[in-house]
Design a protein around this ligand. Structure first.
Ligand code: ZN
Ligand code: ZN
Length: 351
């Protein structure tokens, strides 16, 4: 089979002819219909310091977002059968540790950091072996190009809805970050009935996509300094009910926490390594602002919420799909994701 393989611990990847994956008793063999490139794949492709944490062994087939059909099942597979149309959660989980027993399988203690397509061969190939435990059965009516995006869309759903104050109806929502996750979150917030959605980003083309998918107001961070931006935001929102930090920048996080009204909620999804300092803890406690770190998706709660949104007809994520290539042209896909100015949303690969 054809596959995109990381062959060296260095930038790049190669299209190679690889043997069909052997499935273990608890795995299914999936014929991949469509896959999509994630920001993590770009880190791995470029082989920057963030990628080196994930990939321990080469050669390895890249990719973790997909939609496909089961063509073979291992002896122990019980709930899925040949012909099922599936996608997958990417975080492995044991089902037994304290986190798993408390509805937090996405941060499983035993399988910490084990992710499909990062810790093992992935789906940028004609076929992939996937454990039953992480498979998700798709609605047959869901287009494969949308089904492959459920994994990143799940990040956006979890971030937008948070952990417990799940109702966005009538709320004022502020999003930092115009990467695919931020754009998808704008769509989710609107579909969930937000009164208005403001998105702050840095790339004109992406801000246009944000407008198409659900943002009522978009602001270009590059055209304003931080003080101007904050005064504009405070002016627009008079205090936002909910802010989502999806840019991974200290600046955005500081602005986000200042822009949330007292008692409001801030979801932190973006990753950076800067210190996170609350200057005056007394003031913060009295503000009753809730800060929620978001990683991965709640398994399977977020998947069910994502399904509900896609099936409701209220959420159309097609504006986020900006490029499609046959798998053989994967290099064009990675180029589209890295070129400046940034114009890409999600890039689809078709084996
Ligand atoms: Zn992903
Ligand atoms: Zn566990």
């Amino acid at each position: 089979m054809k596959a995109v393989v990381k062959t060296q611990k260095a930038p790049g990847a190669e299209l190679l002819e690889m043997p069909l994956p052997e499935i273990k008793p608890d795995e299914a063999l999936i014929k991949i219909k469509v896959a999509s490139i994630c920001g993590t794949d770009v880190h791995i492709y470029n082989w920057d310091s963030a990628a080196q944490v994930y990939i321990k062994n080469v050669p390895q087939i890249l990719g973790h977002e997909f939609a496909g059909e089961i063509v073979k099942t291992g002896k122990k597979v019980k709930k899925f059968r040949v012909g099922d149309y599936v996608s997958a959660e990417t975080h492995f989980f044991c089902g037994k540790c304290a986190q798993c027993r408390n509805g937090q399988r996405h941060i499983c203690e035993t399988e910490k950091g084990k992710i499909f397509g990062l810790s093992c061969d992935g789906c940028f190939a004609e076929y992939a072996a996937v454990p039953e435990r992480i498979l998700w059965k798709n609605n047959p009516r869901l287009a494969p190009e949308i089904a492959t995006l459920q994994e990143p869309l799940g990040n956006a759903v979890y971030c937008a809805l948070g952990d417990y104050d799940k109702n966005l109806k009538g709320k004022k929502v502020l999003i930092f970050g115009d990467g695919p996750a931020g754009l998808l979150a704008a769509g989710v917030a609107k579909a969930e009935g937000a009164r208005f959605v403001t998105l702050v980003g840095r790339h004109q083309k992406r801000l246009e996509i944000a407008g198409k998918i659900g943002a009522d107001i978009t602001l270009n961070e590059k055209e304003n300094n931080a003080t101007e931006l904050l005064s504009q935001l405070l002016n627009i929102g008079k205090g936002f009910d909910v802010a989502l930090e999806m840019a991974g920048s200290k600046n955005a996080r500081d602005l986000a926490i200042k822009s949330v009204r007292d008692g409001g909620r801030l979801s932190l999804f973006g990753i950076d390594t800067d210190p996170f300092i609350i200057e005056n803890s007394g003031q913060y406690v009295r503000s009753a602002k809730k800060i929620i770190p978001i990683t991965g998706r709640l398994i399977w709660r977020t998947w069910r919420e994502t399904k509900r949104l896609l099936e409701s007809g209220l959420l159309d994520i097609t504006p986020v799909i900006t490029h499609k290539f046959p798998l053989e042209e994967f290099e064009k896909g990675f180029r589209a994701m890295t070129e400046r100015p940034k114009v890409s949303g999600k890039v689809i690969l078709i084996p």
